[in-house]
Design a protein around this ligand. Structure first.
Ligand code: SF4
Length: 102
């Protein structure tokens, strides 16, 4: 079980959540080994369709990221994402880290 960044993040990509995560498990939109720094050098065009992701293998479910998101894009778990018709984002979060959601 993991917190999941949902479709509302697309084209927002605020990165406030990244700075509060105690285990540094929020990454993207491009690199899994950076903490969203690439967003600062990307143009609005380059950010189109992009979002941040949470590493499901590292998230400790603390909830610190949730109030930081200006567009309420973060689900408390996979089930909450599914109940918001956003299973696609669950798969995207897992797949960004080379994992598979089953
Ligand atoms: Fe990081 Fe906690 Fe959010 Fe998980 S719930 S992504 S550990 S801040």
């Amino acid at each position: 079980m993991s917190f999941i960044i949902g479709k509302a993040c697309v084209e927002c990509v605020d990165t406030s959540c990244v700075t509060v995560c105690p285990v540094d498990c929020i990454n993207g939109p491009l690199y899994i080994d950076q903490l969203g720094e690439e967003v600062r050098t990307m143009t609005p065009d380059e950010l189109k369709g992009k979002q941040l992701y949470i590493d499901p293998s590292m998230c400790i479910n603390c909830g610190a990221c949730v109030p930081e998101c200006p567009v309420d894009a973060i689900y408390r778990d996979e089930d909450e994402a599914v109940s918001n018709n956003d299973l696609e984002s669950v798969h995207k979060n897992y797949e960004f880290y080379g994992l598979k959601y089953e």
